[in-house]
Design a binder for this molecule. Structure first.
Ligand SMILES: [Zn+2]
Length: 64
C-alpha cells in the first residue's frame, strides 16, 4: 500500500475537499469558515449576496 494522497476533509463540514475550494469542499464552507474568524472578533455588517441563479427553476438534478 503506497502512501496515497491525503484525503483532506473540509474542516467545516467534513466533506471531501475540492480543488476549486481547497482547503474546503466548497466556497460556501470557505465563507463559513471565514465568517467564524470575522464573526468571532469583529462585528461587521453582513452583506447579503444574492445567490447565483441559474436560469429558470430546474428540476432537481440528481446529486451524489
Ligand atoms: Zn464543507
Amino acid at each position: 500500500m503506497a502512501t496515497a494522497k491525503t484525503k483532506a476533509a473540509c474542516p467545516v463540514c467534513g466533506k471531501p475537499v475540492t480543488k476549486a475550494a481547497r482547503p474546503f469542499c466548497s466556497k460556501a464552507c470557505a465563507d463559513r469558515d471565514l465568517g467564524k474568524w470575522l464573526g468571532g472578533e469583529y462585528r461587521i455588517p453582513t452583506e447579503e449576496q444574492p445567490e447565483v441563479i441559474e436560469g429558470p427553476e430546474r428540476e432537481e438534478e440528481e446529486r451524489d
